[in-house]
Design a protein around this ligand. Structure first.
Ligand code: SF4
Ligand code: SF4
Length: 139
């Protein structure tokens, strides 16, 4: 498992408990998990399923991303999927990834050869010149 940046923690974030699926719980993407409690977090933390246990978002893993990239602050979370950077945007803030400094940073990664895919609800966009729509695919 990838290690989180020392002294960086989820705090009150919980965005992965909304945006990602948890198949073993039957939890679909983009809906809050029934076990998530605002302020206290997961109410089955000690027994949470392996897909939750094994997940660290890109902000937790990447020292160069400042605190304004914490998912509950920026409105999207980053994770890797087969070498691609997935930008999973909260559908309640669909334009969040376009705010400075986010879009410019994501485009800079794409310009240097990293595949960057922005997912907003059921729509996917691969950043590039030009951007291309792609089929949304989620873990
Ligand atoms: S999205 Fe990242 S920071 Fe937020 S709760 Fe999940 S792992 Fe923690
Ligand atoms: S089981 Fe816990 S960690 Fe997993 S999605 Fe639900 S609230 Fe989040």
């Amino acid at each position: 498992m990838n290690q989180a940046v020392p002294e960086r923690g989820c705090g009150e974030c919980g965005m992965c408990c909304k945006l990602l699926s948890a198949p073993s719980l039957g939890k679909p993407p983009r809906k809050w998990c029934g076990h998530f409690r605002r302020r206290t977090g997961c109410d089955i933390y000690a027994d949470r399923p392996s897909e939750c246990r094994g997940f660290n978002c890109g902000w937790l893993l990447t020292p160069s991303l400042a605190d304004d990239w914490r998912p509950d602050r920026c409105g999207f979370l980053l994770h890797q999927d087969e070498g691609r950077v997935i930008v999973e945007v909260d559908p309640s803030t669909p334009q969040a990834w376009k705010k400075p400094p986010f879009e410019a940073t994501l485009r800079a990664w794409a310009a240097t050869g990293t595949e960057v895919v922005v997912l907003v609800a059921d729509k996917g966009l691969r950043l590039g010149e030009p951007d291309r729509p792609v089929k949304a695919r989620r873990t």
